[in-house]
Write a protein that binds this ligand. Structure first.
Ligand SMILES: [Zn+2]
Length: 316
């Protein structure tokens, strides 16, 4: 097999490369925000927990609603200012769960989860980054109504980018939780694993949450060793991806394995083993004789794995 199989053009990494200007300087400007809300070009995304509301259009779906449309659907929880798209204001509103559920009955709408929207390409890809941003931020609001410091109810400020405690004055900022996701290598083979959550045929990179006090490299080595027993040395950063389930940042790496014996932590993984390049190329192209696959193109794991198969990973 050629070292550069014909995979076609590289797809965009899902949820990245937003074309919306965040305009963070406007978040604390109450008058400017009020004007933006009254702008006839203002549009909002509507998210209820895991669900996103979409307008059905002739050939596709549109995730943007006018503010009056959104208002008519019923009460919303938080409204956050996402930014500007060609000077048009973009907001995101949290739907109450029962409102989101009720919207499923409206024939002109599709209410579905963000993973399905991304994997099936239900909306123009320019909407995936702001949808991911909005889902992560609104999810944070839903889980931080009370001050973790003193227990009092907190108030939304800065157009949804902070919550303040009126009792102890603590300021709470939205959090992003770093997760390392890695492809350990030895010669021309790589370790892939299977989570119990995966469909039976899918294999992916190993992954795990970073712990306080760790560097990215240390987290890659610890998680790899914990999950499959392989000891790693050098670690190379590859790329990162917001992953709003609920609010992670996936930090993609390649890691040099110093040992080859696999010892699987069955509490974490269903299976893990070494794969050769030809087999993984077949998985990427969906030509594997046993129908094994990699994760879909929207996920960073696909891109980490493909970069190796295409010979793009340099470890000098
Ligand atoms: Zn407090």
């Amino acid at each position: 097999m050629s070292p550069h199989p014909p995979f076609g053009p590289k797809p965009r990494l899902g949820y990245t490369a937003s074309i919306i200007e965040r305009a963070s300087g406007m978040r604390a400007d109450t008058a400017a925000l009020a004007a933006l809300q009254n702008d006839s070009n203002a549009r909002t995304y509507l998210i209820g927990g895991e669900m996103v509301a979409l307008n059905r259009t002739a050939n596709s779906h549109d995730p943007l609603f006018t503010l009056s449309q959104a208002q008519a659907f019923g009460p919303t929880a938080e409204t956050i200012f996402i930014g500007l798209r060609h000077d048009a204001p973009r907001f995101a509103r949290a739907l109450e769960p029962k409102t989101a559920e009720a919207l499923k009955a409206q024939p002109e709408l599709l209410v579905t989860d963000l993973r399905s929207i991304a994997v099936k390409g239900l909306v123009d890809s320019e909407h995936l980054p702001p949808l991911a941003e909005a889902k992560a931020l609104l999810g944070w609001h839903a889980r931080h109504r009370f001050c973790p410091n003193c227990g009092a109810g907190t108030n939304v400020v800065e157009a949804g980018w902070r919550r303040d405690c009126p009792s102890c004055q603590f300021q709470h900022f939205p959090r992003t939780d770093p997760v390392v996701i890695m492809l350990p290598f030895s010669g021309d083979s790589r370790v892939l694993g299977r989570s119990y959550r995966f469909v039976n045929s899918m294999w992916s990179c190993l992954a795990g949450s970073m712990e306080p006090g760790e560097t990215i490299e240390e987290a890659v080595r610890r998680e790899t060793h914990e999950e499959c027993g392989v000891v790693c040395g050098r670690v190379r950063y590859f790329a990162s991806q917001p992953w709003p389930f609920p609010s992670s940042l996936m930090i993609g790496c390649h890691a040099e394995a110093l040992s080859r014996e696999i010892v699987i932590d069955r509490t974490e993984l269903d299976d893990a083993r070494w794969f050769e390049r030809d087999e993984v190329a077949a998985m990427l192209m969906r030509h594997h004789p046993n129908e094994l696959t990699t994760p879909p193109e929207v996920a960073i794991a696909y891109h980490i794995i493909r970069a190796w198969v295409e010979g793009e990973v340099e470890f000098g």
